[in-house]
Design a protein around this ligand. Structure first.
Ligand SMILES: Cc1cc2nc3c(=O)[nH]c(=O)nc-3n(C[C@H](O)[C@H](O)[C@H](O)COP(=O)(O)OP(=O)(O)OC[C@H]3O[C@@H](n4cnc5c(N)ncnc54)[C@H](O)[C@@H]3O)c2cc1C
Length: 342
């Protein structure tokens, strides 16, 4: 078959769990190719909160989303994974016992002994607020995530929403933006109480504006925003000058093609056993946010654990005739050699 890339393991999703799986597989001599729809690695950490601090990664008091991704990329360097970014895995076909043919939206074809689905919530997409004509401004003046705080320096930013993201970015952008206006449809917020208090203190100090109402329309041309029309809850209407709008209405997770891969699904998640995080199809594993089992927590540290146990079972498929000896990285010279340390 032409253009067929053979690999031990094909990982679907380059989020933190997919990246750490490369490490655990690499320690056991399994090579991985990693495919992700996004044009960069890091999954939610890179796409949704690159500059936000994470406090619950073991052994690290604080690391930002992008800091964690950079650390993971450094950690997996010795294992030389091949990344295929900007492609969606479309099909998985079982051709052996186990052996799989996998195809992507760009026509890449893989033959893998093991497939690891680390697809998070599938392809996640921000919910679009019901503002007429908003599509014309998306990507130019309307953004659903903050990738770089510096991009908002000296901007008039309109933030819409009442949850953690809206509050966090109101607080986070206030020091750099020319002016921040927060718009929420009621004077109650779903975000962390501490953030609500800090936001109200900034309003009281005259440093930001708060409008209780809804964005009814946008004014501008060729994608360049000039102002937003706000209908306040008391019936008043106003025009808020702004050049950037950040709506935070939550995310919809679209499972995408995963639903067509013949796997057992429960509420759009993939049930797995907790001994190896294997799906209903032997040789296909699911780790991270996409997998479901009793007590599952959608935390990065859970996905790391799942990846470690997945690798132990994957080894049996990739090296069926070999016995796996459990080793510590602290004391095994053979593991240290693989890490390029001796
Ligand atoms: C605002 C926010 C703050 C958070 N804070 C914390 C925190 O403090 N601590 C913590 O532990 N967790 C936190 N989380 C949760 C954490 O980010 C997730 O648990 C983690 O990202 C899950 O990692 P993952 O690798 O399973 O999936 P993801 O990070 O979702 O990555 C999955 C990747 O798979 C790709 N993909 C999906 N389908 C396909 C396909 N068919 N083909 C190719 N690629 C595909 C996606 O594009 C995505 O890049 C937070 C989440 C959010 C949104």
């Amino acid at each position: 078959m032409a253009n067929l890339t053979k690999t031990d393991v094909l990982i679907i999703g380059a989020g933190p769990c997919g990246l750490f799986a490369v490490f655990e597989l690499g320690l056991l001599d399994m090579k991985a190719h990693v495919v992700d729809i996004l044009d960069k690695v890091g999954g939610q950490c890179a796409e949704l909160y690159p500059e936000k601090p994470i406090y619950d990664i073991p052994g690290t008091t604080m690391v930002t989303g992008e800091g964690l991704v950079a650390g993971l990329m450094e950690q997996i360097k010795p294992f030389g994974p091949t990344f295929h970014l900007g492609e969606i895995v479309e099909t998985i076909e079982k051709v052996g016992d186990p052996l799989f043919h996998v195809t992507t939206s760009r026509g890449a074809r893989f033959e893998a002994k093991v497939v690891v689905i680390a697809a998070g919530g599938g392809s996640f997409q921000p919910k679009r607020p019901p503002v007429p004509g908003i599509e014309a401004y998306e990507g130019e003046s309307v953004f659903y995530a903050v990738r770089r705080i510096e991009d908002f320096r000296d901007k008039n930013v309109l933030i819409v929403g009442g949850g953690d993201s809206a509050l966090d970015w109101t607080l986070g952008l206030e020091p750099v933006a020319r002016r921040v206006t927060l718009v929420h449809r009621r004077d109650e917020f779903r975000g962390a109480p501490h953030s609500v208090e800090r936001m109200r203190a900034l309003v009281a100090a005259g440093k930001i504006d708060l409008a209780i109402g809804q964005v009814m329309g946008l004014e501008g041309e060729s994608g360049v925003l000039r102002a937003a029309a706000i209908k306040h809850n008391d019936g008043a209407r106003s025009r808020v000058p702004c050049d950037t709008m950040l709506p935070f209405f939550g995310l919809t997770m679209k499972l995408g093609p995963i639903a067509d891969w013949g796997l057992k699904l429960e509420n759009n998640l993939i049930p797995v056993d907790t001994a190896a995080f294997e799906t209903s199809v032997p040789g296909i594993f699911a780790i991270g946010d996409i997998c479901a089992y009793p007590g599952k927590l959608k935390l990065i540290l859970s996905g790391f654990h799942e990846g470690a146990l997945m690798a132990q079972k994957a080894y049996k498929y990739v090296y069926p005739d070999q016995r796996l000896v459990f080793q510590y990285t602290t004391s095994s010279t053979s593991l240290q050699k693989k890490l390029g340390l001796s």
